[in-house]
Design a protein around this ligand. Structure first.
Ligand SMILES: [Ca+2]
Length: 165
């Protein structure tokens, strides 16, 4: 590796812009998160990955239900996405970090991390890349954590979405 000039080094190591607000729920509330499907989003303080708070998904009536957050993404760009997940009322299940996009062609569902095994003893990192391919106009995009069986409650913390360099 050649030595970098200080200015080059600075430009390479600047933190990427985080597109998730209240990404660790340390605002002591769950705004601006919302439920995809029937999901209720509750503030949690007993089971946290980092800090004082996390969020708990309850009232899930289907496996595609989950906690969601709107994101503004650029068409054609690739994003790095991650979230820590721990189950609340089941020992083992599978969870996905997914993206719903609505554009001129309708609704599109993709996953940055798909059906990763999660459990109730450790925090599991869901992570992966997602490329924002838009047909016409992006009428709304959000991420959500889904995939566990109906009725399974889970905690999430430290969710991140950044543009890939
Ligand atoms: Ca937290």
């Amino acid at each position: 590796m050649p030595e970098l000039e200080p200015n080059d080094n600075e430009s390479e190591t600047n933190d990427p812009v985080e597109l998730i607000n209240n990404s660790g729920f340390e605002a002591n509330n769950t705004a601006p998160w919302f439920g995809h499907g029937e999901t209720q989003v509750e503030l949690e303080s007993a089971h946290v990955y980092q800090g004082l708070y996390s969020a708990k998904a309850t009232a899930r009536t289907d496996n595609w239900n989950g906690i969601a957050h709107t994101v503004t993404l650029e068409a054609g760009k690739t994003y790095l996405m991650s979230a820590y997940v721990k189950l609340a009322n089941a020992e083992l299940d599978k969870a996905s970090l997914s993206v719903k996009l609505t554009d001129d062609a309708g609704d599109h569902y993709n996953s940055a991390a798909y059906q990763v095994e999660v459990n109730n003893t450790n925090w599991t990192l869901l992570t992966g890349e997602y490329t924002h391919t838009v047909d016409g106009t992006d009428a709304g995009t959000y991420i959500y954590i889904e995939g566990t069986a109906s009725g399974v409650e889970y905690y999430i913390d430290n969710i991140s979405v950044t543009k890939k360099r």
